[in-house]
Write a protein that binds this ligand. Structure first.
Ligand code: HEM
Ligand code: HEM
Length: 184
């Protein structure tokens, strides 16, 4: 068999891994601005309610996508990186990827705890998750602190990740971007 790495045509992530990656991107890149805007002062009530509704209800879907991605990853592990990527760079990429997963899980859990301990509803998810945590202002406050710090790190790491993807896809054109493209 021709070695796709040696021929300069690195393999792609599996179709399901790519589809799940890009679905996550759409949901995360809408959930973050919704979160940032919904906490601003002076918003109209209907706009604020809509943003909160979207933000709170999409979070658990992102968590489910992460779990599915990790399962797909176990079944079809990522293809090897092209040899042109130096080992230290590959190690950094791997660390960033695992941190991204960890931050999404942290955000979904801390968000859920913050809302339930604050005594607020989670609409769509209440039949499944409602009543898991009773009202507890101190817990709500610390979950909110975790959520806030995790979101800052997530935004920074997404900037690093997208910067690296753009560098590979637009400047180096070494096939790394195509590993995750197209989405289907
Ligand atoms: C991966 C999923 C999530 C991401 C990326 C995310 C991101 C964010 C961001 C960027 C903010 C704005 C923070 C600020 O500027 O003050 C925020 C706030 C907030 N998020 Fe999330 N979030 C996620 C999941 C959730 C979930 C599942 C819930 C609840 C069910 C939730 C509830 C909240 C609440 C209530 C706030 C307002 C700030 C506070 O009261 O602590 N989030 N989130
Ligand atoms: C919302 C933000 C994003 C998150 C949370 C995210 C997360 C991830 C994760 C966790 C992986 C590793 C997959 C694995 O091996 O399990 C990955 C790979 C990848 N992502 Fe993203 N991603 C995001 C946005 C983007 C964007 C906007 C682009 C392109 C502009 C992109 C391009 C890629 C590429 C090319 C890979 C494959 C890299 C490689 O195999 O070395 N990602 N992403």
């Amino acid at each position: 068999m021709v070695n796709p790495v040696a021929t300069g045509h690195p393999l792609r992530y599996s179709r399901s891994a790519r589809l799940l990656h890009w679905l996550t991107v759409v949901l995360v890149l809408t959930t973050i601005p919704a979160g940032l805007v919904m906490v601003q002062e002076g918003l109209s009530r209907p706009l604020q309610d809509t943003l909160f509704l979207y933000h709170k209800n999409i979070g658990p879907i992102i968590l489910i996508l992460v779990v599915l991605r990790l399962a797909v990853r176990l079944i079809t592990p990522p293809p090897p990186l092209p040899e042109s990527v130096p080992a230290p760079q590959a190690r950094i990429a791997r660390a960033v990827h695992w941190l991204l997963y960890a931050l999404l899980v942290t955000l979904a859990i801390s968000g859920t705890v913050r809302v339930q301990a604050g005594g607020f509803p989670m609409e769509l998810w209440d039949p499944l998750l409602g009543g898991m945590i009773g009202k507890d202002e101190a817990l709500a406050k610390s979950a909110s602190g975790v959520h806030d710090r995790a979101k800052t790190v997530l935004i920074l790491l997404i900037a690093v990740h997208v910067g690296a993807a753009a560098l590979h896809g637009l400047v180096k054109r070494d096939g790394v971007f195509r590993r995750m493209w197209p989405p289907v």
